[in-house]
Unconditional design. Structure first.
Length: 619
């Protein structure tokens, strides 16, 4: 029997409501009114929060293989193997047998190694022991007995190269590929995380401790930050609770939990319903900043608070703008641009992807491939990250969740799994239905500690991915990478050749996209896509992507001209970046100072999108 169809046909929410109301047929008016008033909240909650397919369909449809992105030769790492259902939840009923193998490539020539030339210590096979029933009201990792559809396995590889772990699965009859593992003994390690998520301490689901557990053990993240809204923390007096649970989750060399909080602007003199934009503030220390838009009412107030906080703690801080193109939260970059140290000290990275979509380019731009929720009816120039870069702001690119379902690193609301009955508990009447998958950020760091992970974010050594994919990407211009020398290449004259190089090893796991859950790849991974090089915010080159591992390069010898922002609007009291801006701006400073900048976006045919950069070029 198809339990999905059975549950949906047997008791859809509106039928439940009608049947409950029929109970009042033979009840006296007085008693009926009392019963109706008593049951009305339950009726309403059931109508919007109970989804029978989510209760009954936990059947496995694919396997997900998470491997460490980097290992040294002979270093032991852990493979996380999970069976997923149609909603990308772990399938606790999975009982298939898996067999392990490895496919490897030479890091210089990209030629495939003969299997006999690769030295790797892999498990041979494993039989999963699934539960009798799937998850409905509880998370499968809390069900007693069995392995609940997920398990970790040790792995070590001696051969230097690029490696993919493959699994043959008896249940689905398919073969699955992992994300790439780069084995060498040079350079920094690549770690993945999500530094923007919410718990029930504000408008999210579950407690921070539950979210951190999921991030580390289920989503396979190496770092995370639960950044509840400061306004909610202020009202509930929950600062200490978030601070303590974040500190408790931190385990050096195992999992990094960073202190963070979101500043949510509530308006200003010209457009009081809109505000200045949102900033997620993240710090490396043990103390959570007490940041709230009802305390720090303007960005200038926020910068002043951070000046004092970072000086007292002798640390740096990040203020990360996000969903900048959404109509309700249009980003006003004026207060970042006109406060000389704000960009240099705090606004050093921006969130390009999240459950709300992308803010990398204007959603009305011909180069918009992801889009965004809640965009204005007409284009608003000057709110995207790309526009801010043309104004002269220097920001790296990251991706996060901004998830509210308690699943940092792998929000599942884009699959339709947002009913209120689903774990973990939410205080809202129903979880928000976000149409996009949550993103994650890769950082190149020396070690898995708070200081090292934060330093990598602060230095802009980042990769932004629109879903949970973990490709290995390196981007250089004349040997300079993001994070080197302030992500800046200095050349001798304006026509010096710039060799733009890209190395990419794709993730073999299925991808998620707009309102699209990951699906099994019956013919194996899809490696096709497009590599797009952007220069000064405009598409400069597009090259097809065809292989799992690729090296590409382009040469630019055109004169370095820099970029500027020319779409400001004039009002009686001055010039403004756009119609939603709170304060006037000196338009003469809205430029890159004669410097060019480049970033690379990879658009995979699976729906996944990743971006790396920018790198600035000065002469």
């Amino acid at each position: 029997m198809d339990l999905d169809s059975f549950g949906a046909n047997l008791c859809p929410p509106h039928v439940w409501s009608v049947n409950i109301l029929r109970l009042f047929k033979n009840i006296t008016p007085k008693k009926g009114t009392l019963a109706f008033v008593t049951l009305l909240p339950l009726i309403f909650w059931s109508f919007v929060n109970i989804n029978p397919p989510l209760l009954f369909n936990n059947d496995p449809i694919l396997l997900w293989i998470h491997a460490p992105s980097t290992l040294e030769p002979n270093e032991e790492g852990l493979l996380l193997i999970e069976a997923w259902d149609p909603y990308e939840r772990i399938s606790s009923t999975y009982s298939g047998e898996i067999e392990f193998d490895i496919i490897s490539y030479n890091v210089s020539t990209l030629s495939e190694f003969d299997r006999s030339d690769v030295e790797a210590d892999l498990p041979s096979h494993y039989q999963f022991t699934g539960q009798i029933i799937g998850q409905g009201l509880i998370a499968p990792w809390y069900l007693p007995g069995g392995d609940n559809g997920y398990r970790e396995f040790p792995v070590s590889i001696s051969t230097v190269g690029i490696h993919y772990i493959t699994l043959s699965d008896s249940y689905t009859g398919l073969t699955y590929w992992s994300n790439p593992i780069v084995v060498d003994d040079n350079g920094r390690d690549l770690f993945w995380g999500d530094v923007h998520g919410h718990s029930m301490l504000s408008d999210g689901s579950g407690m921070p401790s539950e979210a951190y557990f999921f991030a580390q053990n289920i989503a396979g993240l190496e770092f995370c930050s639960i950044t509840d809204h400061g306004e909610s923390l202020h009202i509930k007096n929950s600062w200490d609770a978030l601070e303590q649970e974040t500190n408790a989750a931190y385990a050096e060399d195992e999992f990094v939990a960073l202190q963070g909080v979101e500043w949510t602007s509530s308006g200003g003199p010209h457009t009081p319903a809109r505000g200045y934009g949102h900033f997620t503030c993240v710090v490396p220390g043990d103390t959570l900043p007490r940041i709230s838009a009802d305390i720090q009412k303007t960005p200038e107030d926020l910068w002043e608070y951070l000046d004092v906080f970072t000086a007292d703690a002798d640390i740096h801080a990040l203020a990360i703008p996000h969903h900048t193109v959404r109509k309700a939260f249009i980003q006003d970059w004026t207060q970042v641009i006109e406060t000389a140290h704000a960009n240099e000290k705090y606004v050093r990275v921006a969130e390009a992807y999240s459950v709300h979509g992308s803010s990398l380019v204007n959603p009305y731009s011909p180069w918009s491939v992801v889009g965004s929720v809640n965009v204005p009816e007409q284009p608003v120039n000057g709110s995207s990250i790309s526009a801010a870069l043309r104004m002269g702001l220097r920001m790296g690119l990251i991706a996060n969740g901004d998830g509210h379902d308690g699943f940092p690193g792998h929000s599942i609301t884009h699959t339709g799994a947002y009913a209120g009955h689903q774990y973990p508990l939410t205080m809202d009447y129903a979880r928000p239905s976000h149409p996009y998958p949550s993103g994650i950020t890769g950082v190149f760091a020396d070690e898995l500690t708070r200081d090292s992970i934060f330093d990598a974010l602060y230095a802009r050594r980042t990769i932004a991915c629109s879903d949970y994919g973990r490709p290995y990407i390196r981007f250089t211009i004349n040997g300079v990478e993001p994070g080197d020398n302030g992500s800046t290449l200095q050349v001798s004259n304006s026509t010096s050749e710039r060799t733009i190089s890209l190395f990419i090893a794709q993730d073999g796991n299925p991808a998620a996209a707009f309102e699209t859950a990951a699906k099994p790849l019956e013919s194996g991974p899809v490696w096709s896509g497009e590599v797009q090089v952007f220069k000064n915010g405009k598409l400069w080159n597009s090259t097809p992507l065809e292989k799992e591992v690729s090296i590409m390069s382009w040469i630019d010898a055109e004169p370095i001209t820099g970029a500027n922002y020319t779409s400001s609007i004039s009002k009686e009291d001055g010039d403004y970046i756009h119609e939603y801006s709170q304060d006037p701006v000196d338009v003469s400073i809205l430029n890159t100072g004669g410097n060019d900048f480049y970033f690379i976006r990879i658009v995979f045919d699976t729906g996944r999108v990743c971006v790396i950069g920018p790198i600035w070029v000065e002469h």
